[in-house]
Write a protein that binds this ligand. Structure first.
Ligand code: TXA
Ligand code: MG
Length: 346
């Protein structure tokens, strides 16, 4: 398939976005930037178009998609019921990185929801994403625009590496501002549940509704997650990832020891660390996520760093962990998933 690449810096951007909107109406695939990660979009109301997304990504059939809207009338069209809590959250956090589950309307085909009776909806904050949705005049179903299992794309180059030739159009909007996928919340139980942590934190949500908790399966690989997507090994670089948690000195010592053990076997070892510690290590493949205290910066850099290790062809990545406050919870969730739960407490 021929893939047309356009950029938000193009002088005729508006016409190109209109053309992209038309492509969505015609059942084609358009990759677009959002504030979280890039999404691979199709008309959410067209089951045949949505099937193409699953094929292009190699996505498991049982993993439902998020429907992106640009105004509240589209929420009405894709849901058959909304709750007061949902509307309060939407009012506070939309447009933005919060995805809310609703009962789906009959307009939404089961291809979009992977057979579920619920539909996940979010209104993204990125203005290119909003323009594309309104020009297409359709709600747009869009998972992250990576090959299934790989780290989500936060730059157009990541999308091109995974999906060039498999989609009709890619809109390059530069690096994503947040860098981690949206927070996903399920309001169907008495105490609402965060199915996937993101940059909208539990603390922020608690300022709007009285209670919310994390899905217990997030940190326990033996429980079945409520969100189908959370059950797969995810965000994964090609290399094996080991995460070291605890006191900084002990973590550094253990990583160094493990590094020499692996290197003596002839393996290429990458180290994922922070500015504060990066000079303590020796080796050729050391990547810093930025300052340990800048959690927003770490979130923005994480998926790119995992892809950099792929390019460096390392065999094993030894990673330090982050504090779990605020967006740190989401950062740790992605590192945890990328490692397949391979956490070491020295
Ligand atoms: O920030 C984001 O959310 C990005 C951008 C493109 O908007 N999208 C994204 O989509 O991360 P995806 O498909 O990679 O992740 C969607 C997650 C999956 O874990 C999926 O299982 C869950 O949302 N999900 C979608 N619909 C659901 C439903 N009806 N019930 C439970 N979980 C659902
Ligand atoms: Mg994804």
């Amino acid at each position: 398939m021929k893939t047309k690449i356009i950029s938000t810096n193009d002088v005729n951007l508006e016409n190109e976005l209109k053309e992209a909107g038309k492509a969505i109406r015609e059942g084609k695939l358009v990759v677009f930037p959002t504030e979280t990660v890039y999404g691979i979009g199709a008309n959410a109301l067209d089951g045949e178009a949505v099937k193409k997304i699953f094929k292009a990504k190699g996505r498991p059939q049982d993993n439902p998609l998020i429907v992106h809207i640009s105004d509240m009338s589209q929420l009405k069209a894709v849901t058959r019921e909304t709750s007061e809590k949902a509307l309060l959250l939407a009012k506070e956090f939309w447009p933005g990185p919060l995805t809310i589950l609703f009962k789906k309307s009959s307009a939404v085909p089961f291809e979009t929801t992977a057979g579920l009776d619920t539909v996940a909806v979010r209104m993204p904050a990125d203005k290119t994403a909003l323009a594309l949705i309104s020009y297409s005049d359709r709600p747009i179903a869009a998972p992250s625009a990576n090959t299934s299992g790989k780290p989500s794309p936060t730059r157009a180059s990541h999308v091109i590496a995974d999906l060039f030739g498999k989609v009709d159009m890619i809109i390059d909007g530069g690096p994503c501002k947040v860098g981690l996928e949206s927070t996903v919340i399920d309001l169907s139980s008495e105490v609402p549940v965060i199915l996937r942590p993101g940059s909208i934190t539990k603390e922020q949500i608690l300022k709007v509704i009285p209670s919310v908790e994390y899905d217990k399966a997030l940190l326990d690989e033996s429980l079945a997650p409520k969100s189908p997507g959370q059950k797969y090994r995810h965000y994964s670089p090609k290399a094996k990832l080991e995460v070291y948690l605890g006191e900084s000195e002990k973590v550094v010592d253990s990583i160094k020891k493990r590094q020499s053990e692996l290197e003596s076997k002839g393996l290429r070892v990458g180290i994922l660390t922070f500015d504060e510690n990066k000079d303590i290590y020796t080796g050729s493949w050391i990547v810093s996520l930025g300052s340990r205290s800048d959690l927003d910066g770490i979130a923005r850099n994480l998926f790119d760093a995992l892809r950099v290790f792929d390019e460096l062809n390392v065999d094993v990545i030894l990673s330090e962990g982050t504090a779990e406050e605020g967006i740190g919870k989401a950062i740790f969730n992605r590192i945890f998933k990328a490692s397949g739960g391979n956490i070491i407490y020295p």
